[in-house]
Design a protein around this ligand. Structure first.
Ligand code: CMP
Length: 136
């Protein structure tokens, strides 16, 4: 049975800087996630702080916000069967060192901070995150 969902994906500054945009997009497409919307943007630290608000009590929050606003990023709406979970499997574990072979973070991640991609962790957060970048 199909369960079509949408999720938010971000190609982070470390991957944009290394010209990995098309490479990463092609992985999603090959794994049956459609890119419904996408745009390249450069957000401010304040916008990053708002986006990552759920992490505001974490010790890495300030660095995380500085990092996401340090250069251009690509934000995308991915759509497909079980897209939230599927995207998380395609990305691999947060820490590239722990990520399984052939996941994006294993292939391209540099460190837990520079882990190349972000993806929503639940349907509820996917809705919030899509709305954050693509409100019309
Ligand atoms: P992301 O999926 O974008 O969500 C929050 C980010 O915080 C995460 O990817 C990591 O890049 C970053 N981060 C930095 N340090 C940690 C940590 N110790 N645990 C989890 N995430 C971390």
């Amino acid at each position: 049975m199909s369960n079509i969902e949408q999720t938010l994906s971000i190609i982070k500054p470390d991957a944009v800087e290394r010209n990995l945009i098309e490479e990463i997009k092609s992985i999603f497409i090959k794994k049956n996630l459609k890119i419904k919307e996408n745009k390249k943007i450069h957000i401010t630290k304040e916008e990053a702080a708002e986006f990552y608000k759920v992490h505001q009590t974490k010790p890495f929050y300030d660095d995380l916000c500085a990092y996401l606003s340090s250069g251009p990023i690509v934000v995308m709406i991915l759509e497909g069967n079980n897209a939230v979970l599927s995207n998380r499997e395609i990305m691999g574990a947060t820490d590239p060192k722990q990520a399984k072979d052939n996941t994006i973070r294993k292939l391209y991640g540099i460190s837990i901070d520079k882990n190349s991609v972000h993806g929503s962790d639940s349907i509820e957060n996917a809705k919030k995150e899509i709305n954050f970048f693509f409100k019309n």
